[in-house]
Design a protein around this ligand. Structure first.
Ligand SMILES: [Zn+2]
Length: 110
């Protein structure tokens, strides 16, 4: 199977090196919910770690999202570890960049 894919030798649009066909996963985040989609047929560039989907695949992904990720189609579920970057930061203000902090300084002044 890999012999056939090599003969295609589609060049990467970014670095122009030959890409290979492969099955990949992608992670989609919709309204704070993480979805992982696997078994995606893609052209993969190992040089710049870029993945390219054809029209059929792009369309299927869009429809999955538009259908609201139906629970009937869930293949399996995994536990996703969540980290805070705070312990690794040299300077951490705790102030969100986009939104103003809540008025939560009443307690700290006591
Ligand atoms: Zn590339």
């Amino acid at each position: 199977m890999s012999d056939q894919t090599n003969s295609l030798a589609v060049p990467c649009p970014r670095c122009e090196r030959p890409m290979r066909a492969g099955l990949v996963k992608t992670t989609l985040v919709v309204q704070d919910q993480i979805y992982i989609v696997e078994d995606i047929q893609a052209m993969v560039c190992d040089e710049c770690v870029e993945q390219f989907y054809d029209e059929d695949t792009t369309d299927a992904l869009r429809r999955l999202s538009q259908d609201g990720f139906p629970s009937a189609e869930i293949v399996r579920e995994i536990l996703v570890p969540v980290y805070s970057i705070t312990p690794r930061m040299k300077r951490y203000t705790g102030i969100p960049v986009e939104e103003q902090p809540e008025t939560a300084q009443a307690e700290s002044s006591i």
